[in-house]
Design a protein around this ligand. Structure first.
Ligand SMILES: Nc1ncnc2c1ncn2[C@@H]1O[C@H](COP(=O)(O)OP(=O)(O)OP(=O)(O)O)[C@@H](O)[C@H]1O
Ligand SMILES: [Mg+2]
Length: 255
């Protein structure tokens, strides 16, 4: 049988990041080498302060490394201007922030639609795609609510929908289930993993949540700014979740 190794969608080499300078400097990452493969869920775990948020922010093109290189979605982020990094993020990256970062003056539906608006997708299919995702996350009837009128868990689900609505090639999530109950957490992880597997996207999730581990294909351990472990989780059959657990979302109408 011939097996081919997938080409990584993200390649980090020697990534180092120091905040500040002189006496007060903090080195958050110390030479991280990491490839993130498409079509699977990679978890990034490690103690508080070990550099997880720093690493996914660099991969997402929000933060620049002090040293080292990052290639993501075929682009070498180190050589890009702020303007082209912004365009890269808008087109290729979906981000679920630790603090959700919803826009308070926009409704739930408008918040989810932001990446489509930025990418100038046509309005009608965009509205359909947003409603489809709102239904998927159980907020189909709350599209007109403002974030302040929603619970923390509902806001977190909106931020997850916003991260995948434009079908980005790379999705990074910082503790995406921290505000969710058991069943809702499972539902959003199934939605996120389906996005990665069915569309062959890279999905990198920072978590302390043991409940997420059953969805992982791979677990990368970070400690004190270094990768200290990299485990592949065996799945049967052919990389799928147990049949009883897997709920395939309907086809997204988003172009
Ligand atoms: N803006 C900043 N200025 C200075 N130091 C920072 C900044 N952001 C992070 N750090 C430091 O960098 C290190 C790594 O921080 P980071 O937020 O990446 O950790 P983390 O693994 O995400 O932690 P947590 O699990 O608590 O979210 C920490 O020592 C932190 O104090
Ligand atoms: Mg963090």
């Amino acid at each position: 049988m011939i097996t081919t190794t997938p080409i990584p969608l993200v390649t980090c080499r020697g990534v180092t990041r120091t905040y500040g300078s002189g006496e007060g400097a903090t080195t958050a990452l110390r030479g991280v080498d990491l490839d993130v493969l498409p079509g699977e869920l990679t978890l990034l775990v490690g103690p508080s302060g070990c550099g997880k948020t720093t690493l996914i922010s660099i991969i997402a093109g929000i933060l620049k490394p002090t040293a080292g290189s990052v290639k993501a979605a075929d682009q070498n982020l180190g050589f890009m201007t702020e303007r082209s990094l912004a365009a890269f993020r808008a087109q290729h990256v979906g981000i679920v922030f630790q603090q959700f970062n919803l826009i308070p003056t926009l409704t739930a539906a408008e918040n989810v639609a932001v990446p489509l608006t930025i990418n100038r997708r046509p309005p009608k299919p965009s509205r359909t795609a947003v409603q489809h995702l709102l239904n998927e996350i159980g907020l189909g009837d709350r599209g007109g609510a403002f974030p302040s009128q929603l619970s923390g868990g509902q806001q977190q689900r909106l931020s997850i929908a916003r991260a995948i609505v434009h079908q980005p090639r790379i999705v990074v999530c910082d503790e995406p289930t921290s505000a969710l109950d058991q069943q809702t957490g499972r539902n959003v992880m199934q939605l996120l993993r389906a996005h990665a597997v069915q569309q062959n996207r890279a999905l990198l999730v920072v978590t302390h949540d043991q409940r997420i581990f059953e969805f992982a294909d791979r677990v990368v351990h970070l400690e004190d700014g270094r990768v200290t472990g990299d485990e592949r989780i065996q799945r049967t059959p052919a990389g799928s979740l147990p049949q009883s657990e897997y709920v395939a979302p309907s086809q997204s109408p988003c172009p």
